[in-house]
Design a protein around this ligand. Structure first.
Ligand code: UGA
Length: 439
């Protein structure tokens, strides 16, 4: 099938290459000329394991192309909307200008019988509004909402092997036409027996925000438990293990630490609250405000813990920060808890050196006043404390004995409960972590 993908960020670029991998003829459209040139060159504009290989292979088949001209989307039977919906400046709501612009531009090429399939995370009600616009301007064209649940770091795997397909379809016979088109797009995934949920527009939009809100709530729940553990001397890691054995609860997303960041969870819960307010249902989501608060408090607590470990003052202390990305296997620094802490420490007088296997370049651009190092060894030279704030495998596997020879003071703060406390303490380190007793 001929497919277009509007927006070639994380979501769109991976979606475009993955759809070509499934055998379709795909054009990815983006207004950013540099991004398009990079993708055409089979280079990934962001760090994502496996993506560059997929890009190279699918470009090699001739089925995948990229363009800055929306006219090249003409003739596609399905047009996926994959543009960003960032938080509005100074407000909780989502900024829909890119979605609106993408749909507006598509109208110039859209033909009856073609399907616009939204994948961006949008406030509930957006699809209905866009459907009216699309059907009004191009009678016979259809709009469905088909949310995406990929995680950064696993984007290719999640796109090609999703755990479910959600189709938010128009009512009546149009819905059946749209469903068949989406089934054809995802044929190999459907054939594998992947669960499908077919629903209306509003439910599909809400599935996405509800899923991210649930994940955020789960993380903040365990971090609230961490606060209590700190007050009582209990151990949040063991607590998470113990409650996680109950498969109604599950151990996943119960890793206590610095909390969630990134381009999705924080802004999605805020946009959800804003939308609930507009709908007169704000009470239903006031708990998300607390989820957000708990999450942000972890960053402050980390700075306090660093001050405590550094004998009560950050002034002039050399601090090595291992990790800048909002999570491992990513170079994404949007709302990164690690960089937030690094910046707070620096502002409060510490001399901070940050390292990350993938995100130094992005970090330097956004936070030029911090010092950066290429390796953890370089960052830790003469450090008074080492903070592990993103749990990259490289950091989890550090040898505390050899690493200990580099620093001035063997003090480690494990912001992600990712290190083995026993081996670090055995090597003479003072070990501190959120929600756990000092080691
Ligand atoms: C999230 C969702 O997991 C995806 O399903 C969704 O498709 C995506 O948002 C999106 O809306 O596009 P992602 O932002 O890639 O994916 O990151 P997550 O793996 O969810 O991690 C989010 C944050 O939570 C990270 O900062 C991570 O360090 C933190 N986290 C995660 C914890 O603090 N504890 C945990 O136990 C798990």
């Amino acid at each position: 099938m001929r497919i277009s993908v509007i927006g070639c960020g994380y979501l769109g670029a991976v979606h475009a290459a993955s759809m070509a991998e499934l055998g379709h003829e795909v054009v990815g459209i983006d207004v950013d000329e540099r991004k398009v040139a990079t993708l055409r060159d089979a280079r990934a504009p962001f760090y994502e394991p496996g993506f560059e290989d997929l890009l190279r292979c699918t470009l090699g088949t001739g089925r995948l192309s990229f363009s800055t001209d929306v006219a090249d989307a003409a003739g596609a039977r399905v047009h996926f909307l994959c543009v960003g919906t960032p938080q509005k400046h100074g407000e909780y709501g989502a900024d829909l200008r890119y979605v609106d612009a993408a749909v507006e531009s598509l109208l110039s090429v859209l033909q009856p019988g073609e399907l616009v399939a939204g994948k961006s995370t949008v406030p509930v009600g957006t699809a209905a509004r866009l459907a009216e616009l699309v059907e009004g301007k191009v009678p016979g064209a259809l709009l469905a909402w088909n949310p995406e649940f990929l995680r950064e770091g696993f984007a290719v795997e999640d796109t090609l092997h999703p755990d479910r397909l959600v189709y938010g379809l128009p009512a009546g016979p149009d819905g059946e036409v749209a469903r068949q088109l989406l089934d054809e797009v995802y044929a190999p995934i459907v054939a594998r027996g992947t669960p499908q949920v077919t629903t209306d527009h509003a439910t599909a939009e809400m599935v996405k925000t509800a899923a991210n809100s649930f994940l955020a709530t789960k993380i903040s729940f365990i971090n609230a438990m961490a606060e209590l553990c700190e007050a009582t001397g209990a151990d949040v890691k063991l607590l998470a293990d113990a409650i996680g054995y109950d498969d109604r609860i599950g151990r996943k997303f119960l890793n206590a630490g610095l909390g969630f960041g990134g381009g999705c969870l924080p802004k999605d819960i805020r946009a959800f609250m804003a939308r609930a307010g507009e709908l007169g249902a704000d009470q239903a989501l006031t708990f998300l405000r607390e989820v957000d608060n708990i999450n942000m408090r972890r960053r402050i607590r980390m700075v306090e813990l660093a001050r405590e470990v550094l004998d009560g003052s950050l002034l002039g202390k050399r601090v090595a920060v291992l990790g800048a990305a909002f999570k491992p296997d990513s170079d994404d620094i949007r709302d990164s808890p690690a960089l937030n802490v690094a910046a707070q420490l620096q502002l409060q007088g510490a001399v901070v050196c940050v390292t990350d296997p993938a995100a130094v370049e992005n970090s330097r651009r956004e936070w030029p006043h911090l010092d950066y190092a290429a390796t953890p060894e370089e960052a830790a030279a003469d450090a008074d404390a080492v903070l592990v704030l993103t749990e990259w495998r490289q950091y989890r596997e550090l040898d505390p004995v050899a690493f200990g020879a580099l620093v001035r003071q063997k003090r480690v703060l494990d912001g992600r409960n990712a290190l083995d406390r026993e081996t670090w303490t055995a090597a003479g380190w003072t070990y501190r972590a959120l929600g756990r007793r000092a080691g």
